[in-house]
Design a protein around this ligand. Structure first.
Ligand SMILES: [Zn+2]
Length: 526
């Protein structure tokens, strides 16, 4: 008998290999999959001290979130009041107070997640109540999409923002000449600039908090969309010390330090970390009307959104990426931003290629532009829960014509025949079951709308699972190492308490993770 470290039997193993085959058993050794097959095949060939009979439970490759903010999520858990789901400015203020009572030593009060579209009063809030409660403590409360923030007067003073301040690529909202406290896109940076940066200890705590939550929902890999040199170095050292087991694909922000430290030297790849991509921003977000549109907003005549990075800046970073073997991943929401990026990428990519440059979100695409993804082999990296979070108000923003090319995941999938899926957490919840459900049912948790939102763009269950495993791996050049359960690949897998490929779709959101394994090691058990 051959020796294995762990044998799984009696399971329904979705290998997610090219034929989408299932198996009953697998043998694992040295953190990798040795063999996959029937119970008899595996137990007839391998012996191990640890044998798990899963009693018919379903097993999937470890789930990968192809676009999220892993560190940002952990930092939020540690430092920021969670404002998601609030129904009014009063409730926002209440949560901020609770947070302040929990962490009275924090000088800055931060919060994230409010969305005035969910309120009875859909106007942007103002700084009045924050000023009354916190005259001496700076407060910054970021909108759900991260593209707008409400700040109090103390924060405005510290940031040096006055009614005369002008900012390119952003806006400081005013009413009767007075600053309301709402800052849009680049204007927020003025405040971020004066918030003290988190030190190594805070970053470490945040990463470990994020990891625990991810394991509990079956995530074994994440693509973190925008990290800095110091953060990547802490990740690398925590992984080497065995404390951080999560596999991380780190997209770098295009700072000079990042370019000098990492990009110049070419990709940096270890067992659990890969650094080989640069994250850029073409435009803002749709909720705050910062997404760059070809024509004006349907609900805001004259406004076409905001371009966040000048094309020539993007070009020079693209050139550096070509020179140093890096991948480019650019945030593009509006149809104009997508068009700009598709053509700009095309200047470098020329025709079909395997550089896997990505457009993050690819949220609104003009009908005539879809083919450019195929033409230049550009990877659309999408987040299905955005469709079901935005579907209530997105048609107001862009109108009934343009909305047809929005959240068009099936149409995008058809361009290359594969598509990576993510969540953009903490903007959305971290649970990948929500992604699976949103991608396939195109409904919210209440089953709304009946039949699904633009259901012609629903993915099949197989496509959704591939998008969360092998295609997500592929989007980071890791499809030969992970993303499917095949001999030679890492033994990252999850056991769920129901089979999401077989149960009624409406039950998917009730599914729990029983166990999560990374490199054959159990990292979570329910
Ligand atoms: Zn993001």
């Amino acid at each position: 008998m051959d020796k294995a470290d762990l044998i799984i039997t009696g399971a329904v193993i979705y290998t997610v290999d090219s034929n989408f085959t299932t198996a009953e058993a697998m043998a694992i050794g040295s953190g990798k999959i040795l063999a996959v097959g029937s119970n008899d095949e595996i137990t007839g060939k391998y012996a191990a001290d640890l044998v798990y009979d899963l009693g018919g439970k379903a097993v999937y490759p470890g789930l990968i979130d192809a676009h999220c903010h892993f560190l940002g999520y952990g930092m939020g858990r540690l430092k920021r009041a969670d404002l998601t789901g609030t129904r009014s400015i009063e409730e926002v203020v209440e949560r901020v107070q609770q947070h302040h009572q929990k962490f009275p030593d924090l000088y800055w009060i931060e919060g994230r997640g409010w969305d005035q579209n969910d309120w009875d009063d859909k106007q942007f809030p103002d700084r009045k109540s924050l000023d009354e409660l916190f005259p001496d403590i700076p407060v910054m409360l970021t909108r759900i999409d991260g593209h707008a923030a409400l700040v109090n007067s103390k924060a405005l003073v510290l940031a040096g923002i006055s009614a005369e301040t002008k900012i390119e690529g952003g806006d400081i909202l005013k009413e009767n000449g007075l600053i309301t406290g709402i800052l849009i896109d680049n204007a927020m940076q003025l405040v971020y600039n004066v918030i003290p940066e988190a030190g190594a200890e805070e970053i470490t705590r945040a990463l470990l908090l994020a990891q625990d939550d991810c394991f509990a929902v079956g995530l074994t890999g994440v693509h973190d969309a925008g990290l800095e040199t110091e953060q990547v170095k802490i990740i690398d050292s925590l992984q080497h010390a065995g404390k951080l087991k999560m596999r991380i694909n780190a997209m770098l922000s295009p700072t000079q330090e990042n370019l000098d430290t990492y990009v110049d030297g070419g990709p940096y790849i270890t067992d659990r970390l890969s650094v080989r991509s640069i994250k850029l921003y073409a435009d803002g977000a749709l909720g705050s009307r910062g997404a760059l549109l070809i024509h004006e907003y349907s609900d805001d005549p004259g406004n076409r959104g905001i371009m966040l990075t000048p094309p020539d800046t993007i070009r020079s970073i693209c050139q550096q990426a070509i020179d140093d073997g890096y991948q480019i991943c650019t945030h593009a929401i509006g149809d104009s931003a997508n068009r700009m990026m598709l053509h700009l990428y095309g200047e470098f990519l020329q025709g079909s290629n395997d550089l896997r440059w990505r457009i993050e979100h690819a949220q609104i695409v003009a009908p005539e532009d879809f083919d450019l993804f195929g033409k230049y082999s550009i990877v659309p990296s999408v987040q299905p829960t955005h469709a079901t979070s935005d579907m209530y108000w997105a048609p107001d923003r862009v109108g009934l014509e343009r909305i047809k090319g929005a959240y068009a995941y099936k149409q995008l999938l058809d361009q290359l025949g594969w598509i990576p899926l993510g969540t953009d957490f903490p903007i959305e919840k971290i649970n990948p079951m929500l992604t699976f459900f949103a991608a396939t049912a195109r409904q919210d948790a209440d089953g709304y709308p009946e039949g699904g939102f633009q259901s012609e763009n629903a993915l099949s269950r197989e496509e959704a699972l591939r998008g969360m495993t092998i295609w997500a791996a592929r989007a980071a050049f890791e499809e030969n190492k992970k993303g499917s359960l095949e001999p030679g690949k890492v033994a990252d897998f999850v056991v769920l308490d129901a089979d999401i490929m077989a149960i009624p779709l409406a039950e998917v959101l009730k599914v729990n993770v029983m166990k999560t394994f990374i490199a054959g090691q159990q990292v979570y058990s329910r």
